[in-house]
Ligand binder design. Structure first.
Ligand code: FES
Length: 154
């Protein structure tokens, strides 16, 4: 069930769009901001609120890679794997992160602290490799800086 705050925020978003379906990504982001992810139950509740089918909304969620359909850790690290970051060694950074945190890309740490996910270009190619943790952009990341970066997210 959506909280009163989530419903209010979604309805406020509606004022900026020509129809209810146009707001569906923002509506899912409202729920994701408060819960960390969008469950099947939330998909159903949002779809009901917007007057669309759960299947249609789930289709949008599946297509839009920033909507998380599985539970995530307290911090989400998005590791860019597009061409500039790949050339500059994002695979080494990714492997070191996975080793340090004891989880694979796409997984979460056993203590629920981190989830590691791939992402396409973050628009900071001139400072590759790049990753985004909880909205903080970390640039020029290398194996030496990983521990320093992770320390910020206890
Ligand atoms: S390719 Fe990684 S930020 Fe652009």
């Amino acid at each position: 069930m959506l909280t009163a705050e989530e419903e209010q925020e979604i309805k406020a978003e509606l004022a900026h769009y020509p129809n209810t379906q146009a707001v569906c990504i923002d509506a899912m982001m409202v729920v994701q901001r408060s819960r960390g992810w969008v469950s099947d139950e939330s998909i159903r509740d949002i779809a009901d609120l917007l007057g669309m089918s759960s299947a249609d909304l789930d289709g949008v969620a599946t297509f839009y890679n920033l909507i998380r359909r599985k539970p995530v850790g307290r911090h989400v690290a998005l590791i860019c794997d597009s061409v500039s970051c790949w050339i500059m060694g994002c695979e080494r950074v990714r492997d070191q992160l996975c080793t340090r945190l004891g989880t694979a890309l796409g997984g979460s740490t056993a203590d629920g602290r981190f989830t590691l996910l791939p992402i396409v270009c973050l628009g900071a190619c001139d400072h590759a490799p790049v990753m985004l943790i909880d909205g903080d952009l970390h640039t020029d990341v290398d194996e030496q800086r990983i521990d320093q970066v992770l320390q910020k997210y206890i």
